[in-house]
Write a protein that binds this ligand. Structure first.
Ligand code: MN
Length: 195
């Protein structure tokens, strides 16, 4: 059975609809109004082999902040819903991913306890229409709304586009690993008995 979730969220600032299939094949339909952010979400779906439909209408006349942060909230909610009771899944996922000169580490735990840690600083303020400050806001929102412990370390940085793209792809592959089933795990992988 495929693990899917559909989440919508409407506020005075944004109108967001996300459909996610953790057991997909990398099909993405993304429209956020921010070209570079679309490029990142496409990479997330493709490299995590998730199916992701993400339709966002945000107040881009203000700036990109609400649109990107709120997409993180809704994507996190969809991840949390799609992983469900977490029975039989690996729970932890880690990826070290190269993107030309950049090398990024992402490690996460679908622990039920939100925590976000990152040492990443970007050399430029923007990539396209996206403020690089919003990378933290996006992943922080994903981490608390998915209730996951999420870490990033930039082992080697350089070009902001490469650094951010490496983060989205490493996150996708780490999440795919954490959400994967292991036939040896018959219940929830925790000595507490729940996650
Ligand atoms: Mn690119």
């Amino acid at each position: 059975m495929e693990r899917t979730a559909a989440v919508t969220r409407t506020t005075k600032e944004t109108d967001i609809a996300v459909r996610l299939n953790l057991d997909g094949s990398g099909k993405a339909e993304i429209s956020t109004g921010i070209g570079f952010f679309d490029h990142m979400l496409n990479g997330f779906a493709r490299h995590g082999l998730f199916d992701l439909n993400c339709q966002v209408k945000g107040d881009l006349e203000v700036d990109c902040h609400h649109t990107i942060e709120d997409t993180g909230i809704v994507l996190g909610q969809a991840i949390r819903k799609a992983v469900g009771d977490k029975k039989g899944i690996v729970r932890y996922g880690t990826c070290i991913l190269p993107m030309d000169e950049s090398l990024v580490l992402c490690s996460l735990d679908l622990s039920g306890r939100p925590y976000y840690v990152s040492d990443v600083e970007f050399p430029t303020e923007r990539v396209g229409e996206m403020d690089t400050q919003m990378v933290k806001e996006f992943f922080y929102a994903v981490s608390y709304s998915a209730a996951m412990n999420l870490h990033f370390k930039m082992l080697s940085g350089g070009n902001s586009h490469h650094m951010i793209e490496g983060m989205f792809k490493a996150f996708a592959k780490a999440l795919d690993m954490a959400a994967a089933h292991d036939p040896r795990i018959t219940d929830v992988l925790s000595t507490k008995g729940s996650l």
